[in-house]
Design a protein. Sequence first.
Length: 59
Amino acid sequence: MAQKPRVVRAESWSELPEVLEPSVMYDVNGVIIRPKTRLARDEASAIARGVKEMARKQP
């Protein structure tokens, strides 16, 4: 059975570490990020913003 990833919860992006690790799931105010590779915090924040914008534009 696969092991559950460790979950790091934060109120804002600035509370996360500079580099997000693939073995960890990050929850920032309900936005879940689980990177497949090492990912910079700023990149993860930008991706989340882009996904939110795309979802808002969907009919």
